[in-house]
Design a protein around this ligand. Structure first.
Ligand code: SF4
Ligand code: SF4
Length: 69
């Protein structure tokens, strides 16, 4: 049976990221990292869509998007 599940995943507007690292600290899965000190990047395979990073980001540039797995 071909069943697809929709799940929320964090998505960073990387052009506006100030690489503060706040999102990294609150992620319970280690799914978000600051890449080369430049911007945050989410590993979708690890993200459980809890939304903590989005709530913590001082620049409010993380959105929770539907992703079909
Ligand atoms: S939504 Fe949750 S699991 Fe996903 S990157 Fe943000 S804090 Fe981590
Ligand atoms: S909390 Fe927001 S501004 Fe800070 S590193 Fe994460 S995405 Fe970038």
């Amino acid at each position: 049976m071909d069943v697809k599940f929709k799940k929320k995943k964090a998505k960073v507007a990387q052009a506006d990221c100030v690489a503060c690292g706040s999102c990294v600290k609150v992620c319970p899965k280690g799914a978000i990292k600051v890449y080369k000190g430049l911007y945050a990047q989410v590993d979708e395979a690890l993200c459980i869509g809890c939304g903590r990073c989005a709530a913590e980001c001082p620049a409010a540039i993380i959105e929770m998007e539907e992703a079909v797995l």
